[in-house]
Design a protein. Sequence first.
Lengths: 203, 523
Amino acid sequence: MSATPTVYIVDDDDAVRDAMGLLLETADVPHHGFNSAESFLEAWNGSQRGCLVLDVRMPGMDGARLQKALNDAECHLPIIFLTGHGDVPMAVEAMRHGALDFLRKPVAEQDLLELINNAFALESTQFVAGETARRLQGKLDSLTDREHEVFTHVAQGMSNKVIAAELDISERTVEVHRSQVMKKLDAASLADLVRIHVESESA
Amino acid sequence: MTAQEHPSQQFDRELAGDGTDVDQYYRLETLLKNLPGMAYRCLNLPHWPMDFVSDGCFDLCGYHRHEIESQQVLWGDFTHPDMIGEVDRKVRDAAENGEPFEVEYRIIHRSGQEKWVWERGRVVDRRDDGVAVLEGLITDITDRKQAETALVRAEAFSRAVLQSAVEAVITVDAQGAIESCNESACRMFRYALADMRGKHSRLLFETGDYRDFEALFSSIRGSESTSAKTAELRGCAIDGHSFPLHLSIDDIADPVLDHTEQKFVLIIRDLSHQRAAEKEVRKHRELLAHADRLNTLGEMAVGIAHEINQPLTAISMYAQSGVRILKHSNPDLEKLSGALDKLSRQALRAGAIIEHMQQLTRRRESKLETVDCSAMIDEVKRLAEVEAQLRNITVALRVDKLLPCVHCDPIQIQQVLLNLLRNGMEAMHQRGKVVDDKIVLRAQHETDTVRFSILDSGTGISDDLAQQLYKPFSSTKESGMGLGLSISRSIIEAHGGQLGFANNSNGGATFFFTLPVAGDELK
């Protein structure tokens, strides 16, 4: 599976899967079908992009249990549930666990495509945010312990002199660490350093 | 000669006086002794004083010869008071006309026991005063009289039985002509008794059936066996009214007649009421079964809706895809045709589901057919899976290869199988979730039957539950009417089978029943 945003259709009914596939094909939406929750879980490798369209009722592992298993596997692809009549309680439960939305079968084309667009947008934002955070984390990880200490103190607004006294090192050494930190974190100014620190705290 | 010389002594003497007749005398004595009864000579006076009786008197009345001849007791003393007048009149008339008389009457033995006697006598002489001297013989006919009475009673009894019998009882001769019949026969066939006699018995049966009757009649006429032959035929009354009847025909074993005079008895029971009652029972069963099927469908509504929703979902998406393809600047017609093809297949799928459901809702008279087991089981499996999917249970089949056809009403049997499968799944649900849960539907060919079993892995049947299992309106389910099992049982019993159950060794229960293999007409 590529990293192109794709709709993963998980439904045990061959006809429903096939029909939805055709519909998405006519809308030029990449898609991939799975006939059971288990087979999708097996295919999940952490790099897939897009969203899930998931049937609530399936033999074996049902939709709700797949949702839980995916949460455990750190898969945060948005999920659109498909439900039949009388499955509203299950759908509500799914929403509580973070599903994007649910659609009643039979499905209106507009609703489905709109939801898929929303899901892709959400996933994309999440992905970008995730990427930024991952990149930042990578930079932070490259700091030495001492550099990290200096970074924290600088970001808290301490002067080099105070930091040197706090860490029991020379002011000159603090300056070297500080320029090293600015370089590693791609920061042009003190303001940049403070922003990066806030971002890393909230991540 | 003494004043009271005994006549026999006188006789003895007369004979002895003439020695040549001694042999003759002893011969006469022996004859009199061995007479079955008593010879006498008496005067035709009140109570008939006797001056000679033979030794048979003792057996007859319990008095010795000398007691009677000495006239200590008179014959009239023994004669039953109710009858003495009549006897006296007959004897007197005969005496007056000089004719012999015969009379039957009762006497009272010395012991008090009553006896019937037959007497025959005549006047042999007259005294100077005109009193007739009678001689005669009196014989004990009690046994014969008793046999006669018993016979009369037996006849009265059998007549009463025959006339009060609900069945028509008709006797016919070897040609089948009616000789006699009881009132029921006349009522049943609406004939007057006189019209019935002499008619040929085959006229009592419908034209279409009287060949069967003739065959039965000739088979019993030809057979040596003593058992009756029976058949169910249609009878025909004189006014054309036709009715179902049960006929039993038998040879009348007559120990006296030889076989040239063979006779037969027909015993006929009108089955109209029985048939009507059976029909009523069947109608009730059909109504209940229908109500149960509707109830079952109600309970299955969620599953059915889900089942129909699947093809509908696919249909709507194929249609929407089709529209999108057409809107394209360069429509891919091949793809469109494929979509429409699939769409129509899904429409048929939805239709088939509805058709199955409709079969269950239809109210219909039960009809026995020759049914292919495998096809019936496949359909039931499909219906049961509607529910099984909701409960995450698999319906597994264990069906013998080459199952024979069975004789049954397929809708009713599917209803029973569906009931049992749903009960089993309910029990499994109550027991709690298990991965890869399955319920097994088994069908095995036994000699003349096919045995159907449903094996669940539910909670099993407790003793308490077993007590009220088949009771109508008792249910362990919240939504159940509690009719399923009682209806299932009555359906199976109407098919001539038995519905049974047993707990499985590894938990759960098995319900089973058998159906008769269809006759030679198929497979």
